[in-house]
Design a protein around this ligand. Sequence first.
Ligand code: ADP
Length: 582
Amino acid sequence: MKTEKLAVTEQAQDVTPAPGPAAATPNGSTHGLNHSPKHSVENSKAIGKLNGKVNILLVDDRKDKLLALNAILTPLGQNIIEAHSGKEALRLLLKNEFAVILMDVSMPTMDGFETAALIRKRPASEHTPIIFVTSIGNSPTQMYQGYSLGAVDYILTPIVPEVLRAKVGVFVELWRKTEHIKQQAERLREVEEAEHRRQLAEAVDKLEAETKRNRFFTLALDMLGIGDFDGHLLQVNSAWEKVLGYTEDELKGVTPSELVHPQDLPIILERVQLLKQGLPVEYFELRCRHKDGTYRWVGWTAAPFPAEKLIYIFGRNVTARKEAEDKVMLLNGELEKRIAALTEVNRELETFNYSISHDLRAPLRSMSGFAQALMDGQASKLGAQEADYVRRIANSARRMDTLLQDLLEYSRVSRASMPPTTVNLDGVVSEIVTLREREIEQTKARVEVKSPLGSVIAHMPTVQQILANLIDNGLKFVSKETTPHLQVWTETVSPNGNGAGQRWLRIWVEDNGIGIEKEFHEKIFGLFERLHPSHAFPGTGLGLAIVRKGVERMGGRVGLESQQDHGSRFWVELPAETEPGK
Ligand code: ADP
């Protein structure tokens, strides 16, 4: 660090470099010449600031006068710095600030006035107070010259120490106060700067958030907009133009009545009223007019912000869905009409079926009666061939009668009303089995009924018909080598699987017969559908059709589990009778 002697010798007015750090006396003043402690020139200001003391510059070419001034001012407790010439004073002023300068007027080479003039020229020291020290003999002209150069005061020698101390003390105080104000100003500036920085950061954050929001706003595929409480649009995103064809500027000018289909106008006006009151509105759909005059269906949601008197709007083009819905509705209407027509045709066919089946049975009965009469009374007169013909006629008539009976039954099951009652399944099954006792005996069949089967709420005759058909099939579709084994049992099921609601009874009829391949499981329930020729297993192909029709009309379900050669299990589900107390 460069150090300089603040006290300057009489001979050498230039600053003499001295090694080592500068030292200050406890009160910060410097004394004397060679013997005085040395200060760093740069440090003098810093010392003043650090120890709260201010700098006072004494300029005089005479050591004794400097000594005297120093002694007078030391009690002020400030940093007293001495210069032995105007030149040295100027050098010190270059790097230091002084609260006041005490300047001897008459100095060799550069007198006090010249020095003061140079001091004033420098911006840093142009306002530093200068007190000229001069002898009483100086003329007033000289004094005026001093004032014109910026002297704030004159001290005449001999000096009155108290007066000098008081005057210098005033300037020290002035300096302190100025410094204090400067510091306060600096602090204020710092605070203002911090506030400014904070505001700036806040603005940047806001801008960023806005940019992000704007990005969402512009990128959204849906229609986003902001409107006022009068129903005018203030800001919209580009989706509006894609959906409705109007530019943002065009949309800003339109009112809801211009944009919305006349029939939908009440909807939007009502919603705007609610929004104006700050109330939320539920999703709603209405038709908006495209710039080309056609309409688009738009689904809307909107939220009011009463404080800002703004409405935030969200819209989605739902035209495609609406059109699809309209088409579906149209198709549904047509479908319903067709179903009604088909039902009517069906009803007519059933009536026709019934009357044909019914009416055909009378001539058939006479046919079979006459054939029987021929066989009974005239058998001896008939040749072998004639007798065979008559037998065939009788067989055909019987088969046809069975077919007509089944058709009539199908017709009944399709049309008759089916008032439900409690049907005791044990009773029904036992009756069916009893009626087939002879056949069961002949085939050595085993019929196993796992009683109690329970009761269902259904139409008794139809339940009888259904179970009879299933039991008959179970006994019939068994290979010749197998002794038929039939099992009937029930289980309780809940159709929705969670055990709640209506309980159902599933009635199982299982045989050990020829079984049915999976691919035919649905087909066999159709009218006249048979998997085997009549000579292998007689039948009409109507039994299972009657079963399905009957079950469906009672609100139940029917199905089966079966594999070829592994027997079949048919099941029927009907509403179970509610047990008392349940
Ligand atoms: P039908 O018994 O008069 O032939 P169904 O409508 O009762 O008519 O049955 C249709 C067809 O389903 C039968 O021809 C037969 O091929 C098959 N089928 C019905 N029940 C069984 C069964 N238990 N085992 C094997 N096949 C059956």
